[in-house]
Design a protein around this ligand. Structure first.
Ligand code: NAP
Length: 500
């Protein structure tokens, strides 16, 4: 952390970094404990995290909305099974209003870092500009996919046309009649490619690694069903349970419990291949779109119109390696030029260099969290706490992501917060810190469980998946069922913590 001249200093019970769904969930967990003196610091100009930042055409959830929402704040009025991005942003605003969170939020305020002051027993959170905020508890909810990745392709800076990253979409850009290149074929591109293809004259999609895409059972939710969800909330809870169970069976079981449930994994891969076959006739094109790694090594996605977009005469899939960008073209290693006037970067996010943690965090005895994670291994007890970091809850952590819907992660973390801080209050203690023993035991257990996953047993070498860090460890997803994550969040031994 840069030594800052402290201009002003305020004190609160808690500072939450990030006003997305993670930060708002953490805030609600604090409110339920009667902790109301907290500030939510957000670098963007408004709340909603991903759903505030991302605005590209075609943006929608790829987890059905009845699952991709807080279970305790269901929205009976989702317009579709998979709600468009703008509805998610409105849902975030609704949650903020319902739980009176806006008054706690400070926007356009970037946190530079945080340091534990052992004498004062509080965190000193430095905000860019010189201000510092002191707080007993620090909760970071900075997300996993929040730092856009711009590839350093030679010549990219010389491009003379319009260049746009999906995470910084500009609505004023008119794509009609353009000759566009789109780099990337992740979940974002799968949503965006069909939309861009409708507008431009020519579209070349540069694919480095193909993605598994399974059919999306989507459609508008008719108003009688919405009314039923509103009048009889149990019906929506049942729909959520069915959808969550399907996701759990297909994705979590087949991916994380690969050793025991390889059949689920192979079934999902077969479904994706059948989906591709039903949409693309050309065998060569199909071959190019077929992944050569196991299902789940990289996050799969859902779409009914991605594959078929490549059948259109003005859309081309380019699998040659990009050599360079010129002012008016993308040139592949074989020397082929694709003349363009618009370059769309669907190149995802940088996870490992700039997250974990997203801000500098210095704990007890000067321990630097980012350095410690890198010098040792990425680890966090139950995906939320770290030894030497008292009164700190890190919500975007190794082994924290549970299930496929982010809300499963948030809600299990809310339960952990409730149990941990509830115990702190019961003891009238000032500090908590996870013990080295509990942390080591959890890490050993997760490492052993990962041994059953597709990441260790499957063929993932060619997947280029962001799940893996530089040491080849897939440490984002918690390799257990979501039921296990919830159970442990509610019942972890209280002896896992030292209270002071
Ligand atoms: P991503 O999955 O990381 O995909 C980035 C793409 O860019 C990959 O195809 C990557 O190729 C390519 N790429 C990056 N650098 C490149 C380079 N130098 N040359 C050529 N290609 C390059 O990012 P994303 O598509 O934005 O999705 C990220 C995550 O966001 C998803 O996995 C999902 O979790 C989430 N998401 C969710 C939704 C939703 O509706 N809920 C929608 C969109 C995204 P390689 O694979 O070869 O590296």
């Amino acid at each position: 952390m840069q030594p800052n001249v402290t201009l002003t200093s305020t004190r609160h019970d808690a500072v939450i970094v990030g006003a997305g769904f993670g930060g708002m969930g953490a805030a609600i967990a604090l409110q339920r404990l009667g902790i109301d003196d907290f500030v939510i610091v957000e670098r963007e100009a408004d709340l909603g995290g991903t759903w505030h930042v991302n605005k590209y055409p075609g943006l929608a959830v790829d987890i059905a909305s009845m699952t991709y929402s807080y279970s305790f704040e269901p929205n009976p009025y989702w317009s579709r099974l998979y709600a468009p991005g703008a509805e998610l942003k409105r849902y975030a605003e609704h949650v903020a209003e319902t739980y009176d969170l806006r008054r706690h939020m400070r926007f356009s305020t970037a946190v530079a870092g945080a340091r534990w002051d052992a004498d004062a027993e509080h965190w000193v959170v430095s905000v860019e500009g010189g201000e510092s905020i002191n707080a007993r508890f620090l909760l970071t909810a900075t997300g996993f996919l929040s730092q856009p990745h711009t590839p350093d392709i030679p010549g990219i800076d010389t491009f003379a046309g319009t260049i746009i990253h999906t995470a910084a979409w500009d609505d004023t850009i008119d794509l009609h009649g353009k000759r566009a290149a789109l780099i990337g074929t992740g979940a974002t591109a799968v949503q965006l490619v069909p939309q861009v293809a409708k507008l431009v004259d020519e579209l070349t999609v540069f694919q480095r690694t193909p993605i598994y895409v399974v059919p999306k059972i989507d459609g508008p939710i008719p108003s009688p069903v919405q009314r039923m969800f509103a009048r009889i909330p149990l019906t929506q809870r049942v729909a959520r349970l069915v959808n969550t169970s399907l996701l759990e069976a297909m994705m979590v079981t087949g991916v994380l419990h690969y050793r025991q449930a390889k059949l689920f994994n192979k079934g999902a891969a077969t479904l994706a291949r059948a989906h591709l076959r039903s949409q693309v006739r050309d065998p060569e094109l199909r071959r190019k779109l077929t992944p050569d790694y196991d299902f789940g090594c990289k996050r799969p996605t859902f779409s009914n119109d991605y594959f078929r977009t490549f059948n259109k005469p003005h859309v081309r899939l380019e699998t040659g390696t990009i050599d360079r960008v010129e002012p008016d073209a993308v040139v592949t290693a074989d020397g082929e030029r694709t003349d363009i006037d618009t370059l769309i970067l669907a190149t995802g996010f940088n996870l490992w260099d700039v997250n974990f943690p997203a801000i500098e965090v210095i704990g007890r005895d000067g321990r630097n969290l980012g350095k410690w994670w890198r010098d040792n291994r990425f680890q966090a007890f139950e995906g939320v706490t770290v030894p030497y970091f008292p009164n700190f809850l890190t919500l975007a952590s190794p082994y924290s992501y549970s299930g496929l819907s982010y809300f499963t992660t948030i809600e299990s973390q809310m339960r952990h917060i409730a149990r941990l801080l509830g115990e702190l209050q019961r003891r009238a203690a000032g500090t908590f810190e996870v013990t080295e023993h509990a942390n080591a035991e959890f890490l050993d257990r997760m490492t052993e469980r990962l041994g059953d996953s597709v990441f260790n047993l499957g063929s993932c070498q060619t997947s280029r998946s962001y799940y893996f860090n530089k040491h080849g460890e897939a440490v984002i997803l918690r390799p257990t069922s979501t039921i296990n994550a919830f159970r442990e969040a509610e019942r972890f031994p209280l002896s896992s913590y030292a209270f002071g």
